[in-house]
Design a binder for this molecule. Structure first.
Ligand code: GDP
Ligand code: K
Ligand code: MG
Length: 270
């Protein structure tokens, strides 16, 4: 058998670029990327299918629930990717999760497009001396620098195994889930207050026809005042939200889409 397959789990502090990396590898926006911390709510799985290999990526939720959770989460991985950037306390992170026992760990120094060469050289030197057992690579997830190199390193270090998933899918997330995530991201970007963290999104209808996808999604809010903020003056914000989401849905599914978006008020019980 010449086929290889493996599970790769991505860990790191919030906002270091975990979601951007998955999207750069898979080539689509599967995982929500914003400049705000804790925007990834679920364990997104992205699948990279190559001719004789399949790599399954997991994006950690931004909120680090607890160390035991992370420990268990990485146990099932063939490869652990710890992604970091300049200025992060890597030692603290590693101390907390006790990563040393794992077979193959890659440390990625991300966002190298932001720094001058001598600063990067210094940081890489430090990482190499502090973590001699780990593979260290500098990347820019945003500019897709060294992404192919990373993929090659991964392929070299995963076992021979038939594919775990059909080779024509890039995520195990449902179409409705993707739509919810696109809407949620745009709410995060369009509204400045704490509103985004109080909404829940449900896509209750998703039907693909020959040339068009018809979608109906609901935004649940807790209060009328929240609904008013989402609508905005003369519905301007809400129309923007619909338009931006629709453009992204069309681009993701590569098909025209018609998004009906409704806001409902629902008491959330904690
Ligand atoms: P996560 O919380 O670890 O998933 O981080 P995200 O992927 O959501 O990224 C957080 C922020 O960092 C976003 O604004 C990204 O655009 C930005 N970012 C990610 N990768 C890079 C990079 O390589 N270079 C630069 N300049 N910014 C990046
Ligand atoms: K983020
Ligand atoms: Mg994320």
């Amino acid at each position: 058998m010449i086929h290889k397959s493996g599970f790769v789990k991505i860990i790191g502090y919030p906002n270091v670029g975990k979601s951007t990396l998955i999207n750069a590898i898979i080539g689509k926006n599967i995982s929500i990327v914003t400049y705000k911390a804790n925007t990834t709510r679920n364990n997104i799985i992205g699948i990279l299918n190559l001719y004789n290999s399949q790599i399954i990526f997991y994006d950690t939720p931004g909120i680090i629930i607890n160390n035991n959770y992370i420990k268990k989460y990485i146990t099932e991985a063939d490869i652990v990717i710890y992604i970091t950037e300049i200025g992060k306390n890597n030692e603290l992170f590693f101390k907390k999760i006790n990563i040393n026992k794992f077979k193959f760990t890659i440390i990625l120094l991300n966002k190298i497009d932001k720094y001058q060469n001598y600063i990067l050289k210094n940081e890489i030197f430090n990482l190499k001396s502090n973590y001699p057992d780990f593979y260290i690579l500098e990347i820019s997830a945003l500019l897709k620098f060294n992404i192919n190199k990373l993929i090659n390193i991964i392929i070299n270090n995963i076992p021979y195994h038939p594919p775990y998933y059909p080779k024509d899918i890039i995520t195990d997330r449902s179409e409705r889930f993707i739509v919810n995530e696109i809407i949620r991201k745009n709410i995060l970007l369009l509204y400045n207050k704490e509103i985004p963290y109080y909404v829940n999104i449900t896509t209750e209808f998703f039907k693909e026809e020959d040339n068009l996808i018809n979608i109906r999604s609901l935004i649940f809010v807790e209060r009328f005042s929240h609904k008013k903020i989402i609508m905005g003056y003369n519905n301007i914000s809400f129309n923007k939200l619909i338009k931006k989401s629709q453009i992204e849905i069309t681009s993701f599914f590569e098909k025209k889409s018609n998004l009906l978006l409704l806001i409902k008020i629902k008491k959330i019980i904690f």
